[in-house]
Design a protein around this ligand. Structure first.
Ligand code: HEC
Ligand code: HEC
Ligand code: HEC
Ligand code: HEC
Ligand code: HEC
Ligand code: HEC
Ligand code: HEC
Ligand code: HEC
Length: 317
């Protein structure tokens, strides 16, 4: 409390005197990465540094603040790994030296642990862009989980199955519910997705933190970006589709993101174990083939929204 007033004053003075025109003009939507012109270097550096010299990073060299000053806004719907937490010692010991160098002075995870910023700084490294547009350390990977296993134990990671929700005695494993839900859902009174709460605002993140390299089926993904990143199905059904959802549901639901009205992983896949849901429509698809809420036979799940003409172009596996 005592500290915040002088800090605010300082920020005010800095904004007023030093970089006012820069601040006023800065557009967080201009991509500063892999820039061939020097002006974009100043999105991150106060002065352009020399190799091996002082970095002159903005925001007192706090990398997470630097990145989030743009990305908390422009990437709010994307999967971004958490940062700012102190890596446990066992993890620090396991990490390759290169990753360790991205931790801050207090041993916290920064964006630069996984993203090697120098790749997009130095023109002699720009050749990497084609295969590694996200400037990941150690990329390109065969599978994205290779990056994860620099820090996480593959065995611990694979064992965790949050779809295992009823134990051998037939009791509900309520601990697992709050892996995705913010508050344990009240199964008796819940009538739809609108009555439960979640740990993430971006619902795809509930799933993508584990399904990093197996959510590539036609349906999960509707195409790929230039850099090879998947484009997940995430549009908002139009009126025609909404009508179809109503008529096609046949004892199943195709729930949409409550806030945005968009499709997410849980629209097509039921993440629960069979029997967890009291409402039979919400139970449909649990533990079925690939947890699909409506069977993919004759493209049934796709016809939930698309008409028969449209789906002729989709080759389901
Ligand atoms: C998105 C932010 C960002 C942009 C844009 C950026 N840099 Fe950097 N730069 C960094 C960060 C962060 C580091 C420190 C990386 C580290 O230590 O892991 C760095 C490091 C450097 C280094 C030190 C490398 C070394 O090996 O000592 C140089 C030189 C550099 N940048 C030059 C540039 C130039 C030139 C540009 C413009 C073409 C540029 N940077 C654009 C964030 C950026
Ligand atoms: C001045 C604003 C700004 C800053 C600061 C910034 N970025 Fe970006 N970044 C962008 C924009 C704009 C894009 C393009 C996003 C898009 O097209 O969806 C982008 C894209 C990216 C991408 C995807 C690669 C690409 O070229 O599309 C990564 C990864 C990324 N940023 C990481 C970082 C990291 C890590 C930092 C901090 C060291 C950082 N950014 C700092 C604005 C910024
Ligand atoms: C533990 C590793 C890790 C850390 C830490 C990390 N990232 Fe990433 N980042 C990734 C991976 C892996 C992807 C690719 C995600 C994908 O393919 O969906 C990615 C993708 C991105 C993208 C592109 C998103 C898109 O889908 O276009 C941006 C932008 C980005 N990261 C920014 C950041 C910023 C900013 C930070 C720090 C606040 C950060 N990352 C911290 C691993 C990391
Ligand atoms: C540089 C080390 C590092 C890398 C690489 C890394 N992580 Fe993490 N991750 C951490 C740390 C530190 C935590 C904090 C939790 C802890 O203390 O174990 C964490 C936590 C998590 C969590 C738990 C948070 C939650 O939402 O429940 C998930 C899931 C996760 N990471 C997924 C991934 C994925 C997927 C990748 C690869 C794309 C990855 N991590 C790569 C360091 C890393
Ligand atoms: C892997 C993530 C995940 C886990 C774990 C999880 N849920 Fe859910 N849950 C969701 C998602 C996503 C939805 C929204 C889609 C839906 O309605 O099924 C949801 C919805 C629900 C609903 C509302 C269903 C409806 O439409 O009527 C109930 C009730 C519920 N969950 C109970 C539970 C209980 C009880 C547990 C623990 C045994 C649990 N969930 C564990 C992701 C999860
Ligand atoms: C903590 C990690 C974790 C999270 C989070 C998670 N899953 Fe899973 N999921 C698993 C594991 C483990 C399996 C078991 C089968 C396997 O190894 O692929 C699985 C299986 C599946 C399958 C069946 C795959 C197959 O080949 O049969 C689907 C579909 C699926 N999950 C969807 C989801 C959806 C949708 C969410 C989010 C609502 C989600 N998962 C969240 C770990 C996770
Ligand atoms: C529009 C419907 C739809 C959406 C949305 C969707 N999927 Fe899928 N998913 C499918 C279909 C169809 C399959 C393929 C079933 C098969 O192989 O028989 C599938 C397969 C999978 C599998 C099993 C992959 C395998 O190789 O067997 C996983 C895991 C999965 N999806 C996860 C996800 C995740 C995570 C998301 C969100 C990012 C997602 N899905 C979004 C329809 C969807
Ligand atoms: C809940 C409604 C819904 C379901 C179910 C659904 N889709 Fe979609 N689909 C959409 C919407 C909305 C779009 C608009 C684009 C977007 O997602 O950004 C779309 C777009 C697409 C596209 C891109 C078309 C284009 O012209 O760019 C493909 C491909 C696609 N869907 C395939 C499938 C497949 C395959 C299935 C079945 C596994 C399926 N969809 C099930 C709603 C749905």
């Amino acid at each position: 409390m005592n500290n915040s007033l002088p800090k605010l004053l300082l920020v005010f003075l800095l904004l007023t005197f030093s970089g006012f025109s820069v601040v006023a003009e800065e557009d967080i939507h201009v991509n500063p990465h892999w820039s061939k012109t020097k002006d974009q270097c100043l999105a991150c550096h106060e002065h352009i540094p020399k190799r091996g010299g002082k970095l002159h990073l903005r925001f007192d060299g706090n990398i997470n603040t630097l990145c989030n000053h743009c990305h908390s806004e422009i990437s709010k719907d994307k999967y971004i790994h958490a940062s700012g937490m102190i890596a446990p010692q066992t993890m620090v010991d396991k990490m390759p030296e290169e990753f360790r160098s991205g931790l801050d002075d207090d041993g916290r995870i920064t964006c630069a642990v996984c993203h090697n910023m120098t790749y997009q700084c130095l023109s002699e490294e720009f050749g990497r862009k084609e295969e590694n547009i996200l400037f990941h350390r150690g990329a390109p990977f065969e599978k994205r989980t290779e990056l994860c296993y620099n820090c996480h134990e593959p065995s611990a990671y694979k064992k965790m199955n949050p779809h295992d929700q009823i134990n051998d005695e037939g009791e509900l494993n309520t601990d697992i519910c709050t892996y995705c839900h913010a508050i344990l859902p009240d199964r008796r009174n819940v009538k739809s997705i609108a009555d439960v709460s979640f740990k993430f605002d971006n619902f795809d993140m509930l799933c993508l933190r584990c399904h990093t390299d197996d959510a590539y089926a036609v349906g999960c993904v509707i195409g790929y970006e230039k850099g090879g990143n998947p484009i997940y199905h995430s549009g908002r059904p139009d009126e025609g589709m909404s009508g179809r959802i109503e008529t096609h549901q046949e004892g199943a639901i195709l729930p949409l993101d409550i806030v945005t009205g968009k499709i997410f992983c849980g629209t097509c896949h039921n993440p629960h174990e069979l029997g967890v849901q009291r409402r039979s429509e919400a139970d449909a698809g649990a533990d079925s083939h690939k947890r699909l809420r409506i069977s993919k036979m004759n493209s049934g799940i796709c016809l939930g929204c698309h008409d028969a003409k449209e789906i002729k172009q989709f080759q389901l596996p």
